[in-house]
Write a new protein. Structure first.
Lengths: 286, 286
């Protein structure tokens, strides 16, 4: 709680808060200090979506940023250790309406040596109004209020930071190794407590799907996302219009082959706007 | 032609040939010199697929590479000028079975200053044999031999480096502005002349789809891919098994919004293996 205002900061805002470090030479990467968040802890290390949001935030906070994010790709090079990290954001190219960023997240290793734990490339752009169309149909789903919220989870903190109402492809009830023919999950989801949607929170929301291989095989398989992309089909006004409403999120695997599977998904506003398409490649250990 | 052997090098091999420059300090990026290829020229600058393949090749040629590519994301920061470029490949993290790479492609600008024209992140991995499954169905398509090859194109050199047989969503015959309801294209495609498939050529093949907005609107709209990802669902043996066969390639747009649209696609072997899934975000100028 802020003692002056009485306002309690949302856990997401605390998690993505970055402290600017002293700027280096002109053109050098801008460095920020952040911390992993116990609120968004996963079984081991942080929820991947929050790490991605923190990396995006280093671009959002950069004083030279041009426009809003249109594409984000983050690569999970190593499990983050609980504690502080340094995020470096560098604009490597600025065009008339687009800007290309490279982000690198570092932590000290066991020997105290700074090592890379996450890399990202981000493209920001100033959009102009143009013709538009959506070629995907929004999936049919029951009304949000007609569905129960998933119960809280004592072992996985980040899970409790979201209100999730799964209407398709829930987590298997029994780990009985029964293969299902598909790997699609659909859910309504928003931050819990509610928080107005922005680019950072939308990025994290794109990673809320539990591992497709768990659904496919009803087997608890250790996994780790290795690369994760978000294409934003929204501007600030589109996100503001969503407010604190639930989003409709859907994702599926396409191929599982020799230790890796991919996942493709979409996030829709309650009003039927396709806000983001998202893709990831996930390592699994059989 | 090699005067000793009488073997004519394939245009693709000439295009992705990189010359290693003197190594720097230990841990510094490895630098390679390459050239844009007139054989793969686009209307303006090079075919994006060949630029991506050249960037991947800087990782493939790196002496420290661990395993085969599993994921590639390239970002088109600027139009490449015809001529030489420098590709820097740096392994930023090596784990037990995976390795993370950052690639940066530079060219001198008009003032002779070295500037970034392309960035990429690549993940390579040593795969182990595991359970596997493909959740997508291979699209139905006429037999390769039952279809005519697209005629050659005098204005777009790279187009003639591929044998393409489109069975769905061909380039509009008339630019009459008639909107079609979908934006899917399906084709059989291979290198022309035939060349045994490898990771570099598969990467380039993932970018052979003409811009989805041209199909959707039957309007000649200037476009440029800004980010492009390939997830490889294949190892060296899977690619070798394809030999010089055509691949079945299919792609579609999902949303077109204020200057950008996305594209998702799949490349299948003739034998029905899903070799790669691919995604891109494309700028369009209305």
């Amino acid at each position: 709680m802020d003692l002056d205002t009485g306002i309690v900061q949302h856990a997401f805002d605390r998690a993505v808060a970055l402290e600017p470090l002293a700027p280096g030479a002109a053109g050098a990467p801008r460095r920020f200090r952040g911390h992993t968040s116990a609120d968004y802890a996963n079984m081991v290390g942080p929820f991947g979506g929050i790490t991605a949001a923190q990396a995006l935030q280093a671009v959002m906070l950069h004083p030279d940023r041009l426009g809003d994010p249109v594409a984000f790709t983050g690569n999970f090079a190593a499990a983050l250790a609980d504690g502080a990290f340094t995020a470096e954001a560098q604009s490597v190219r600025t065009n008339r309406s687009t800007q290309h960023w490279v982000v690198t997240v570092h932590q000290p290793d066991a020997a105290g040596q700074d090592v890379v734990v996450f890399t990202a490339t981000v493209i920001t752009a100033v959009r102009r109004e143009t013709w538009g169309a959506t070629d995907l149909a929004m999936p049919a789903a029951p009304a949000v209020d007609a569905m129960p919220r998933l119960p809280s989870n004592r072992r996985v903190a980040w899970f409790n930071r979201y209100d999730m109402r799964v209407f398709e492809g829930p987590l298997p009830r029994e780990w009985n190794g029964a293969e299902t023919p598909g790997s699609e999950t659909g859910l309504w989801v928003r931050d819990e407590p509610p928080r107005a949607l922005d680019f950072a929170s939308l990025t994290a929301l794109c990673d809320v799907f539990y591992p497709r291989i768990w659904l496919r095989r009803a087997t608890f398989t250790p996994i780790g996302t290795i690369t994760f992309s978000v294409y934003f089909h929204a501007d600030g006004a589109s996100l503001a219009a969503c407010g604190v409403d639930h989003l409709l999120a859907q994702a599926r695997g396409q191929r599982f082959f020799n230790g890796y599977f991919d996942q493709s998904g979409e996030l829709w506003s309650a009003g039927g706007q396709l806000l983001a398409t998202t893709h990831q490649l996930v390592y699994f250990k059989e």
